[in-house]
Each structure stands twice: as C-alpha cells, then as structure tokens.
Design a protein around this ligand. Structure first.
Ligand SMILES: [Zn+2]
Length: 275
C-alpha cells in the first residue's frame, strides 16, 4: 500500500472514531424517556462528557472500560467506575473475604490514579441477580452521577455475571430516564451507551467506534497494574491482552492506541433527508 492509499485507508477507518463529548444545542434529545438518542447526531462540540463504567467486577471496569473513563477525566469530565460485585471469588489462593478487600482497595487506588470515582454494589461474585432490585439500585446511581455516556458489558458473554450486568444496565438506563418512575432523585436521560471490548464478552462483538486513548495510555496501565490479577496471577494474562489489544485497535483506527466500542443498534440509526 503506498503512502497516499494508506492515509486514505486510515482516514476512512477513522470515520468511526469518537471523542466522548457532550454535544451543544444541536444535540437532539431522545424522543422517548429512557431511550437512547438515535445515532444521527455527531458529537463534535463542547463540554467533555461525564462517563460511567458499569461492570460486573472491578477488573472489567478498569481493564475493559477504564481507558475510556480515563480519557474523559483527562478531557475535563467526571469519571465513575461502578462494580456490581467485588469479584471476590477470583483467586484460587486467597479466600474470598480477603480477596474482596484487596479488590476494593485496588479499585479505589486505581480510581484515584485516574482522577475518577470508584463505586460498588454488594452482590456476590458469580451470583449477581438480574433483578429489579439491582436495576433500581443502578438506576439510582445513574440519577446521582448523571452520566452522558455509560459503558457496560456486551451481552455476548460466557460469564453469567456479565450477562446479568448487561441486563441490569440496559433496564436501569430505561428506569433512570422515566420521569414517572419516582425515586429519591429526579429522572436522568443517558444519551449514549457503549459496550466494551472484553475478552470474556467476544461473541458477536462488532465494534463501530474507535476511541483514541493515546494521551492516557500510560496512566491507565499504571492504574490497572494496581490490581494483582493484572499480572496474570489468576490464570489470564490481562496485562499482555489489554495492552496489545490497545495497539491492535490503534492499528485499525489510525491512532497509536485505541479502544474499540460497540453501540446498540438503535444508536446507529440515521435519519437523513438526502444521501
Ligand atoms: Zn468479570
């Protein structure tokens, strides 16, 4: 491929690239409460977005979603990383109560390193229920933090907690946006939802958005390294996987380092009056 062809190739690929930002006055709000906006609005403008990552386990929040959150914080937004459980059963050598405490400490330190906030719900690892109680608990946190962007698991996962998290979050977004669903805090509509690139959620994962994380790549790796499991102690080489995935996604998008994200289909629908 010659240089001009290569540039065109990368330019075409980067059409799907995004920086999380809140669009200005031209942002069209969702017509129905609780529903995400359709994808015909470009996010070119204005203030950095508040981004909330919602994951089954702290490792998912920081390794698969944390770079996106870190970038928003770097750009001036607010970042929250919510774990529905502590992932306390993830070690074969450390008993769950102790390991859960280590996971909580690591998540809090990593969040501080990124300038973000760590939040936790107290569901048991491996037993996260896709219940209305859980959906309303997440709804309340969405109303509290008012994110413009939520990141969560894609449903194509072999891990039951990840699938439960997908169901909890998609319904929690619906609940959070319903003004007639009365909770302590008023309704908040979440304009954008993205599914994260996670080695355990790879079935049918089809990225449509690439985010340039080059600016925060080193800081994000430092935050991830605060988790013992990052080094592969639990059997999976997280450091190798997510570090090289960022390079690979960067190759595909024309950035040095990138994360790939997937949108819900309705978010990609375009409403045009001419082609
Ligand atoms: Zn997990």
């Amino acid at each position: 491929m010659d240089e001009s062809t290569r540039r065109t190739f990368l330019k075409d690929l980067s059409l799907g690239a995004a920086a999380f930002s809140v669009a200005g006055d031209q942002e069209k709000q969702s017509a129905m409460p609780g529903r995400p906006s359709s994808g015909d609005v470009e996010t070119k403008v204005a203030a950095p977005a508040n981004v909330t990552a919602i994951a089954a386990h702290p490792g998912d929040a920081f390794f698969a979603m944390g770079a996106s959150v870190a970038l928003s914080v770097h750009l001036g937004g607010q970042g929250v990383l919510l774990s529905l459980s502590l992932g306390e059963k993830g070690s074969s050598t450390i008993e769950p109560a102790r390991y859960g405490a280590l996971q909580r400490e690591a998540a809090q330190s990593a969040a501080r390193h990124l300038g973000a906030q760590a939040e936790f719900l107290s569901y048991r690892d491996g037993e996260i229920p896709a219940s209305d109680e859980a959906k309303l608990a997440v709804c309340d946190l969405i109303r509290q933090y008012k994110p413009a962007v939520i990141l969560t698991h894609w449903r194509g996962s072999w891990h039951k907690d990840h699938l439960a998290c997908y169901e909890i979050v998609t319904d929690a977004i619906f609940y959070a946006g319903l003004p007639t669903l009365i909770r302590e805090l008023p309704a908040h509509n979440v304009p954008k939802l993205y599914f994260a690139d996670n080695w355990e959620d790879a079935t049918g994962f089809a990225p449509d958005t690439y985010l340039d994380i080059t600016q925060i790549f080193d800081g994000w790796l430092e935050a991830c390294a605060l988790f013992p499991m990052w080094r592969g102690e639990n059997g999976f080489r997280y450091d190798d996987y997510y570090r090289s995935l960022a390079v690979q996604r960067g190759c595909l998008s024309g950035f040095a380092h990138a994360v790939a994200l997937m949108s819900p289909p309705e978010q990609l629908v375009r409403h045009l009056q001419r082609l």
